[in-house]
Design a protein around this ligand. Structure first.
Ligand SMILES: [Zn+2]
Length: 626
């Protein structure tokens, strides 16, 4: 709150606070920091490096270094520069807890502040000025201000003054130059600026660019398309233009991969549009990937079977076409173009680029490493790209397995009736998460009554929670359909009981996260309708009853989305997006049993045993400099 204001006047703040160690350097009295830190289980992120070629190992080292720079940017977005954030914190436990939360707010405990001197977390993070109100922006500027790759900035004195003239014979100093920004008048007489990420984080981005170029060079001979992608993605980050590299990324089937850039908007809790930097460095599991590929071909049929009126489930075309990719990784012209305002002219593919892929994650940085760790990602987020090109759904198998073993299973042993313990299985968990990702591709992206308006625009900050809930529920619906077709093995009870078990895991994230809210809606709906019944030895799942309730909830969510029904969403979140006392008591049992709330990672070049490659590179660099 007031704190940010002080820090904007850097020098003054330093004088005032250098004598005081209690400000932002000690834990809030009574806050159980040690206990909270202990509630995270540390997992080593590894993969079978014996399966990697020499070139891939070198490439991987640079991808990890690029990801580490991305992490630095996310610190600035979520709180402040990492070194400044940790400055003066002497207690190691506290320091580590600030690190895993990327700031002084406990992400998995409703963002409660745990460092002295901090109030509640600003909803708009560092994306907007303090107390920013979009209603003070003239309507014709609003869309521009809500662009995903820029921040809205209050104008400071320095911004308003012309740059000082350089002294004779001296080059102008970058830090004295006012930042390049667009300026907008507000209806309250003030003015604000809009600064692109590429300008704002220029130094970090230059370092990312260097590492991406080195990674690209390392892999060029072995995997040309991946090498080209890495270069183009680096250019995206420097230009804030992500469309073309996103498309190229979707055509890739490379062994190594990196998801990198400003991607999700969970951190912008004010308007839900500004994106946060993150990176996942990945190694593809080709064997598992092949098993899953066939499910993509079921999408049209599954969409057609969703229990809602036709308008809420537009036909997904059955893709029989084949895309020709040229030697630069571009899709060869099919003749049809996608012509949408605000987008470059895009080649319409002959076939969807949708992929279901399985990876081992070897490095998490930024947004995806903050709060609960992602186990599956569905990208890109751009609705136009999703509509014309499809999405890639990536399952991060090593992280999933860790979460299942460390959390889902032990939680189930406490909260689920012993008669159903046999149904809690990793294969069912894997399938549920996978179909959650597929289900993001089902339903509508635009309003039924207004094709020019996206559901995201209509629902604003609550969009994510409803979309996550839809994906959970429709995912289970799809499991049911495929099971009935004989495409899935085991018993249907496995999938349903494991689903409920993982709801228990996710509600522990609290109502601060989109996934937490989504799981509360599901949990309360199932409880209210008697599909899960609390007993002395735990909850029992009534699979037969649950099947029809899941269908009804799916329809309810699809209607809310298709109608862009914001007041309906508010009502649903107020009534069902909350944790009630009986559940709170159950969750307390998990605290008592010391079951981890989430995992944190031991990760990086050393963890993968690639230190030798890093050192070889470093000595090469030194020689070149000489
Ligand atoms: Zn999701």
């Amino acid at each position: 709150m007031a704190l940010n204001k002080f820090y904007r006047f850097g020098m003054i703040a330093m004088v005032v606070f250098s004598t005081s160690v209690s400000f932002g350097q000690k834990a809030v009295k009574g806050y159980p920091v040690a206990e909270r830190l202990a509630s995270y289980k540390k997992i080593s992120l590894k993969t079978d490096t014996a399966l990697l070629s020499e070139a891939e190992r070198k490439c991987l080292v640079h991808l990890i270094k690029a990801a580490q720079k991305v992490d630095e940017i996310f610190w600035k977005q979520a709180f402040k520069e990492k070194s400044k954030a940790l400055e003066g914190i002497k207690n190691d436990t506290l320091r580590r807890f600030v690190e895993i939360n990327y700031g002084p707010w406990d992400r998995l405990n409703d963002d409660k502040p745990f460092l002295q001197g901090y109030g509640s977390k600003p909803k708009g993070g560092n994306f907007y000025p303090e107390n920013f109100d979009i209603n003070t922006v003239p309507p014709n500027f609003r869309q521009r201000l809500m662009l995903p790759y820029s921040i809205v900035k209050p104008l400071t004195k320095a911004d308003l003054m012309p740059p000082p003239p350089p002294k004779k014979g001296e080059k102008p100093k970058m830090q004295e130059m006012p930042m390049m920004m667009e300026r907008f008048p507000l209806t309250n007489g003030n003015e604000i600026g809009l600064v692109d990420y590429s300008t704002l984080y220029e130094k970090d981005i230059q370092l990312i660019l260097q590492e991406m170029m080195k990674a690209s060079a390392a892999i060029e001979k072995e995997d040309k398309l991946f090498s080209i992608y890495l270069r183009e993605r680096a250019m995206s980050i420097t230009s804030n233009q992500y469309i073309m590299s996103d498309i190229k990324w979707m055509t890739l089937k490379s062994h190594l991969d990196i998801v990198i850039g400003p991607i999700e908007n969970y951190e912008d809790k004010l308007l839900g549009t500004k994106t946060s930097f993150e990176a996942y460095v990945l190694v593809r599991d080709r064997e598992w990937g092949a098993k899953l590929e066939k499910y993509v071909s079921y999408l049209p049929e599954l969409q057609a079977n969703i229990p809602v009126e036709a308008a809420y489930k537009p036909e997904i075309s059955n893709n029989t076409g084949v895309n020709q990719i040229d030697e630069n990784g571009n899709i060869m012209p099919s003749g049809d173009m996608v012509d949408i305002q605000g987008y470059p002219p895009l080649q319409k593919p002959n076939a969807s680029l949708s992929q279901l892929a399985v990876f081992d994650a070897v490095y998490y940085a930024g947004d995806c490493n903050a709060g609960s760790k992602t186990i599956a990602v569905n990208l890109p987020n751009d609705e136009v790209l999703q509509k014309y090109y499809g999405t890639r759904r990536s399952q991060l198998k090593n992280t999933m397995k860790a979460k299942f073993e460390e959390m889902v299973k032990p939680i189930s042993l406490i909260l689920v009736d012993p008669s159903q313990h046999k149904n809690i299985l990793f294969d069912a968990f894997f399938a549920n998460v996978m179909f959650h990702e597929v289900a993001h591709g089902l339903g509508v992206k635009n309003l039924v009554s207004d094709q020019n308006k996206t559901v995201r625009e209509a629902l604003g900050a609550d969009y994510s929670a409803i979309e996550e809930c839809k994906a959970d529920v429709l995912g289970l619906y799809m499991v049911t359909q495929l099971f009935n077709k004989g495409e899935l093995t085991g018993s249907l009870d496995d999938y349903y009981v494991t689903f409920v078990a993982s709801v228990f895991r996710s509600v522990r994230f609290g109502a601060a996260s989109a996934h937490g809210k989504a799981n509360m809606i599901t949990f309360n709906t199932l409880l209210n309708s008697g599909c899960i019944v609390a007993g002395k030895k735990g909850y029992t799942v009534n699979v037969v009853a649950m099947k029809s309730v899941i269908e009804k909830l799916a329809a309810e969510l699809l209607h809310l989305q298709g109608d862009g029904d914001k007041s309906g969403v508010d009502k649903m979140l107020q009534e069902r997006g909350i944790i009630k006392t009986s559940l709170q008591e159950d969750l307390a049992k998990l605290e008592k049993a010391k079951i981890p709330v989430d995992i944190i990672f031991d990760q990086g070049i050393d963890t993968l045993g690639l230190k030798a490659y890093d050192e070889a590179e470093k000595s090469k660099d030194k020689k070149e400099k000489k």
